[in-house]
Design a protein around this ligand. Structure first.
Ligand SMILES: [Zn+2]
Length: 144
């Protein structure tokens, strides 16, 4: 995701991404790393969680900060330091949406597993164009 999109998210949802501005010894912010096609999902999710955090007591809000947003095994992962059941429900909705939206362009997509690339959720047109080799540690076991 382009840096300006990341900073727009950090700016628009200050409670969710407080870790991007403040340092924590444990559970420090690891960044946002996924394709731009999922930016609307991440934005929708961040907006929902931001509203929920604002309903929490002021001295507890930092517990609900986001730690990392990334792609793993073809789907969105949105790690939080802590989450209420409502926050966790929103995360599950967003993750399930990510499996039907191309990570790179945002068009309707499907989970593909093409050879060494590992699982990726892509549309038909990005499938042939986008070459992303996952890190060794992230290569998922072959689907049986
Ligand atoms: Zn695409």
């Amino acid at each position: 995701m382009k840096e300006e999109l990341i900073w727009a998210l950090v700016f628009d949802y200050p409670h969710v991404f407080v870790g991007a501005r403040r340092k924590y010894e444990n559970a420090s912010f690891q960044g946002i790393s996924c394709g731009e096609g999922w930016e609307p999902i991440v934005r929708w999710l961040s907006a929902g969680i931001e509203r929920l955090i604002e309903q929490e007591p002021e001295d507890e809000r930092e517990f609900y900060r986001c730690i990392e947003v990334r792609e793993r095994f073809g789907g969105l992962e949105f790690y939080m330091n802590d989450a209420t059941p409502e926050m966790a429900r929103l995360v599950r909705v967003a993750v399930s949406q990510s499996f039907s939206m191309c990570e790179f362009c945002g068009n309707p997509g499907a989970l593909r597993q093409d050879g060494r690339r590992g699982a990726k959720t892509l549309c038909d047109s990005c499938r042939g164009k986008v070459v992303v080799l996952p890190l060794t540690g992230q290569v998922p076991a072959p689907l049986v």
